[in-house]
Design a protein. Sequence first.
Length: 138
Amino acid sequence: MKRYITVGSIFSGMLCLLFSCQPDGADIKTGIIAKVYSGSGDCMPVIDTTKRVYTPYSGKLYIVKKLEYDKPGATLESLKSKSIGLNIRNGELAVALKPDSFVVLIDDGYNPSSSNVIYLKENDLLKSPFYFFHCTSY
């Protein structure tokens, strides 16, 4: 019986390494448990945000300290190396963070909104969704 438990523990640990396991939210005291959405479309001539269509995001998400984000000359590429990088599936985001100010980003081409800037204090648990929109025309 112990052998099966050990093999099971090793196997699930390997799966987490391969597939970037994230906490399910039960253990998180300070951090984010939220949905992430993305969309794309026309941004001309006037942006009517009520007509935008969003779907749950699947892909790479970056959480970078706001101090780094605000530095002159910061690009998404330079920020990636200084960020927490997560693989998001079906819009599910659950991550423990230390208290600080952060900016939540996804890969190039999507414009973060001011709602993607977060300020966390000890025992803050953010549950508001994140929205990203890629403008196909300006």
